[in-house]
Design a protein around this ligand. Sequence first.
Ligand SMILES: Cc1ncc(COP(=O)(O)O)c(C=O)c1O
Length: 347
Amino acid sequence: MPGPHKFFYGNSGAEAVECALKLARYHTGRQNVIAFLGAFHGRTMGALSLTGSKPQQKRRFSPLVPGVTHVRYPYAYRGCTGGAQEEEAFSMGCARYIEEKLFKTILAPEEVAAIFIEPIQGEGGYVVAPDNFLRELRALCDRHGILLVVDEVQSGAGRTGKWWAIEHSGVEPDMVCMAKGIASGMPLGICMTKAEIMDWVPGSHASTFGGNPVSIAAALATMDIIQREAMANAAKVGELMLERLRGWKETHPLVGDVRGRGLMIGIELVKDKATREPANALRNRVETLAFERGLMVLGCGETSIRLCPPLILSEQEATVALDILEESLSVVEEEHRQAGAVAGTSA
Ligand SMILES: Cc1ncc(COP(=O)(O)O)c(C=O)c1O
């Protein structure tokens, strides 16, 4: 994103998103926004309104902020009902739907302030948006004067081997939301925009603790480490991990898909590779077994495991982690096989 830039400093990812939402409305004078199914943008009222991940995150909190329309994320492995589709065509269809259906039926484009997107959905399942989709989204925004806001709270700060995941596509956003790793765990959320966009008058938006000196010092030190070594390490070690994990699609019956960039890797488990039936309980069991063996992994989406280790992970540590994960996976696969055999016998 070419400079000059302006920044808002808050204390969390949700606050960075909240700022982007308010600023998008303020700057454009438009009320509506578009977000994606599967998205996670935070839990404050505005950010929660953009979130489209799990019903429990919204249950009993309505009515939320009005004016948000959720559309399909280019999750090609799952595709539309009726089966998976070829990635490029499917993701192009997701982008074109906005202009060809939404804008021609229920949403006037000149009333849309922004499109919010995670270049890699985190909570939604570590799903990578294809480059052609992001480029089409950019073009669509340009055609209609809509701001493109990328939520890099999870995917940013060097994790994918570049500062921001959106960089892999060559697309330049209008705003970037960042938090999480940017200050190594100290509370800091930042909304960065092209300078001309942050045109609100003083007093429009602020936070008492935003940009506190301790968090800023932590961020400066963190950014130095990311720039000097951690980002390159994430690219190198992440690729080694991905290389090994891609092989699991052939060797492990439960592994349906492996995807990611750098040290942001998702492994989607399925009961059956042909039907792609989600394996939620089996995924949870793998997590538990891995934890008992000393490896903490977290699920994401309906049936995926996320790997998002510290960016300083060594090759040796990565090997140990994948050994533990593979062993846990093998145990669950054997349990699943035996359960199937027993069910088959009694039938
Ligand atoms: C993509 C994304 N956006 C926003 C948030 C919200 O961040 P926070 O929990 O710091 O408010 C998260 C948190 O998981 C996230 O993954």
